[in-house]
Ligand binder design. Structure first.
Ligand SMILES: Nc1ncnc2c1ncn2[C@@H]1O[C@H](COP(=O)(O)OP(=O)(O)OP(=O)(O)O)[C@@H](O)[C@H]1O
Length: 292
């Protein structure tokens, strides 16, 4: 479905992406996570054909999407703060979307407009932030595109609407599986529905893994400093905090039976780090690292 190889992209002289590689052949839900400025939006623009690569290749359903009207058949990209015309109301936006999406599902669009209680005749520009997000969700889901990319799809939504969004996303996905790429800063929120997660860091994709595999990474050890130091020698330490003769460390290791028995033998407490804490640690910049 998508094949990105050795992709690089710059805005003028400023490099935004380099050596990006990613292949996905299955219609799954993928989460795209990364820090501010990591390159997520740029990657989504390249995938949806809004930008042309400076190097390498982007291939979506067998075509290169840039400047290629064929791409519209396969890809729907709902960007954050989607640029709707000032003159449009909901009906105008849906009509316009229906022209450009081969698989457009008007029944679903109508159901979602009702679910989200969107006023059909009011100008979209006068909508609240959350309501503007809801109309992009309606279009993204009703497009029924084989590849649907959504940038921060819950931006501005309250807890009630976020839940509705995840429920309808899963309903439409179950009814018709397709490749969803959802970018979000809130990993704990998207992780339960994503089969795989791509981590974008320092202008490239550093991890593309099954969510379950990624979730098992990062262990927290707490106990006697010398016991921990000998147990972790030669291992990648992500976080380290010292409290008198006690040490608390996060290791870049999988939480498994080997570590459970090692910790038990050394009388050290072991816990699984949360996915969010693990991701924050592996994407920390050198200048942000502090040994306390
Ligand atoms: N139109 C542009 N012109 C110049 N530089 C840009 C432009 N858009 C993005 N950049 C730069 O490219 C880099 C990647 O930006 P991008 O928007 O892809 O990051 P992001 O991961 O989506 O960030 P965020 O999570 O903050 O939305 C950043 O350094 C950003 O400043």
């Amino acid at each position: 479905m998508i094949n990105i190889s050795n992709l690089s992209f710059s805005y003028g002289n400023a490099l935004a992406l380099k050596d990006v590689n990613l292949q996905e052949t299955e219609p799954i839900i993928v989460g795209l996570w990364g820090r501010n400025g990591a390159g997520k939006t740029t990657l989504m623009k390249l995938l949806s054909g809004q930008e042309s690569p400076n190097g390498g290749q982007v291939n979506v359903s067998g075509i290169s999407p840039y400047n290629n009207s064929e791409g519209m058949k396969y890809i729907s990209y709902m960007q954050e703060n989607h640029p709707f015309s000032e003159l449009w109301n909901v009906n105008d936006a849906l009509r316009f979307a229906s022209y450009f999406n081969e698989n457009w599902d008007q029944t679903l669009a109508d159901e979602l407009v009702t679910l989200f209680e969107l006023p059909r005749k009011k100008k979209i520009r006068s909508f609240s932030k959350g309501m503007q997000t809801m109309i992009t969700i309606v279009i993204g889901l009703a497009s029924k595109s084989p590849i649907t990319i959504m940038d921060e799809p819950t931006n501005g939504l309250d807890a009630h609407r976020r839940k509705q969004f995840y429920d309808v996303l899963l309903d439409t996905y179950e009814e018709q599986p397709r490749l969803f790429i959802l970018s979000s800063h809130h990993i704990d929120e998207i992780e339960p529905i994503c089969e795989k997660i791509a981590i974008v860091d320092r202008q490239t994709i550093t991890h593309y893994e099954e969510t379950e595999t990624l979730k098992m990474k990062g262990i927290l050890l707490t106990g006697d400093a010398s016991a921990i130091e000998s147990l972790t020698a030669g291992r990648r330490i992500l976080e380290k905090r010292k409290l008198r003769n006690q040490l608390n460390v996060m290791l870049d290791e999988p939480f498994n039976n080997d570590w459970l028995s090692r910790a038990k033998e050394s009388n050290i407490t072991i816990e699984k780090a949360s996915l969010q804490d693990y991701l924050i640690s592996i994407t920390k910049r050198k200048e942000e690292e502090k040994v306390k």
